[in-house]
Design a binder for this molecule. Structure first.
Ligand code: KIV
Ligand code: ZN
Length: 527
């Protein structure tokens, strides 16, 4: 392939490895409205490990006892990547982070303090010398717990470059091994970022890993991260689907696929198993309740769809005419027909294995097989996306209640009435209720049966497969006392998907699950 511009660098001869530091569970979890419970965090961490990230930032342990426990569980149970806990530059934060990551195979404490004039004066109310002192104290304390310490200069891109070099140098002397230079407010540009990293690389010892952490306020987070690498960064902090504070963080899948697809140009590679990308994206979207926009690069619904006749014609003749990467490379198959209603259990398990769900316990396969049969009866042909949607809505919550059946009566000028039957520990129980709409009526009937009446905070419906008989996925967030719970339900019928999501929330309440963070409220110590 020829490069369009003679001023561009020549093709690279060798490749260098860029570390991927995933902060979906920390910066990503700071996205407004996202509240993940412990088992969801653990599931995400296992997925990230399987994806091949180098570092998982598992959370901000000082924020709440729940956050500390979330980080500790990941540290205990997830092997492979470095597990990092975030801490501001103070004793309590660092001690909490140390406790959070203590059981990790490869623990890291990530401590930070702001270095821009506006943050130092208005937020910290500290003189620059005092900020350097705090940074040195924090890194020194962190090093007393772990060997791997990362130091971040918050709002680095609006900081004075000489001061930045000074504080980063002091952090290295105190024992920091990775230095992160965040574009906290998404303000920088690719050219500026490349120059800043080249400048810092000159000032700092060669063995130190420089890291970028870019926010997307001006839509340049991915470009800025790549520019940082061109300037000398060898770690990139990013999130799946680009979720994160405000406009989000640099998106992992876009960075990874840019390096992969344009290896000829950049000459860098990552350790990411690209075929796991789509599954990770789907999981994060489902658990965070944040839909992926259809035209999102790499993981959006339309990223590999060709609509115009000219493009379709070209793709049929040779895919490379309009595709620079193929869907399989990121774990998305073109809608492959998998099975139908006559398929047996063995074929079903094989299809799950082919989709990457190898180690699923028998009872889960059994449960999914029942749901698959119901679906095949109604839908006929089952595609890989249908199967994936079924698996992703699987019962990882103890099934105190399960939906047995329902009937809705509604029409113009009629109040919708729902008849619902749930299987309960006391056997099947029926209830009838009305509501402003069919979903509300079904929810009231379920509340009557379970005796639980959480408050619905958000409701989102999304088609997860294509066609008239597409599967719909309903994601809801509900509040029960102090707890926030998220549930999803998948079905071809919208009311059924909604009812499944609601029943799941009921089961979570009974199992004592849910996050204690109140929406709109900053957890203590949240950044
Ligand atoms: O955006 C930022 O500056 C951060 C730091 C805590 C690394 O998230
Ligand atoms: Zn950030």
């Amino acid at each position: 392939m020829t490069l369009p511009d003679a001023n561009q660098p020549a093709h690279r001869q060798s490749t260098e490895r860029i570390r991927i530091f995933d902060t979906t569970l920390r910066d990503g979890e700071q996205s407004p409205g996202v509240a993940l419970n412990h088992s969801q965090k653990l599931e995400i961490a296992h997925t990230l490990s399987r994806l091949g990230v180098d570092v998982i930032e598992a959370g901000f342990p000082i924020a709440s006892p729940g956050d500390l426990e979330g980080v500790s569980r990941i540290a205990r149970e997830v092997r492979g990547p470095v597990i990092a806990g975030l801490a501001r530059a103070n004793k309590a934060d660092i001690e909490a982070a140390a406790k959070g990551v203590e059981a990790a195979e490869k623990p890291r404490i990530h401590t930070f303090i702001a270095t821009s004039p506006i943050h130092m004066a208005k937020k910290l109310n500290l003189e620059p010398d005092a900020v350097v002192e705090r940074a040195v104290m924090a890194v020194t304390l962190a090093r007393s717990f772990v060997d791997d310490v990362e130091f971040s200069a918050e709002d680095a891109t609006r900081s004075d470059w000489d001061f930045l070099a000074r504080i980063l140098g002091a952090a290295v002397e105190a024992g920091a091994t990775t230095l992160n230079v965040p574009d906290t407010v998404g303000y920088t540009t690719p050219e500026e970022m490349r120059k800043l990293f080249a400048f810092l690389k000159e000032q700092l010892p060669a063995h130190i890993i420089l890291s970028s952490h870019c926010h997307d306020d001006l839509g340049m987070a991915v470009a800025n991260s790549i520019a940082a690498v061109e300037g000398g960064a060898r770690q990139i902090e990013c999130t799946i689907n680009g979720i994160g504070e405000r406009a989000g963080n640099a998106s992992l899948e876009e960075i990874v696929m840019a390096f992969h697809t344009r290896k000829d140009f950049y000459g860098f590679e990552t350790g990411i198993h690209t075929r796991e990308i789509y599954r990770a994206s789907r999981l994060i979207s489902r658990l965070s309740g944040m839909p992926v926009q259809p035209n999102k690069a790499v993981v959006g619904d339309n990223a590999f769809a060709h609509e115009s006749g000219i493009h379709q014609d070209g793709v049929l003749k040779a895919r490379e005419t309009y595709e620079i990467m193929n869907a399989e490379l990121v774990g998305r198959e073109a809608a492959v027909l998998v099975m139908g209603k006559h398929s047996g259990r063995a074929a079903f398990r094989k299809a799950l294995t082919d989709l990457g769900y190898e180690d699923m316990p028998d009872d889960k396969v059994q449960y999914l097989f029942g749901r698959f049969k119901d679906l095949a009866d109604r839908k006929g042909q089952i595609y890989s996306d249908d199967l994936r949607a079924l698996v992703e809505s699987r019962a990882d919550v103890p099934q105190t209640f399960s939906l047995e059946g329902f009937q809705i009566t509604s029409g113009m000028n009629m109040t919708p009435v729902a008849f619902v039957r749930l299987q309960t520990p006391d056997g099947p129980v029926d209830a009838t209720a009305h509501g402003d709409g069919p979903v509300e009526a079904a929810y009231s009937a379920i509340a009557k049966i379970t005796g639980l009446n959480p408050e619905l905070e958000s409701y989102r419906l999304q088609a997860v497969t294509k066609g008239d008989d597409a599967l719909g996925e309903v994601s809801i967030t509900a509040r029960y006392g102090e707890k926030l719970l998220s549930g999803t339900g998948v079905a071809t019928d919208v009311v059924e998907a909604s009812a499944r999501a609601w029943v799941r929330v009921m089961n979570m309440i009974v199992a004592g699950m849910g996050s204690e963070r109140r929406e709109g409220e900053m957890a203590p110590g949240r950044i």
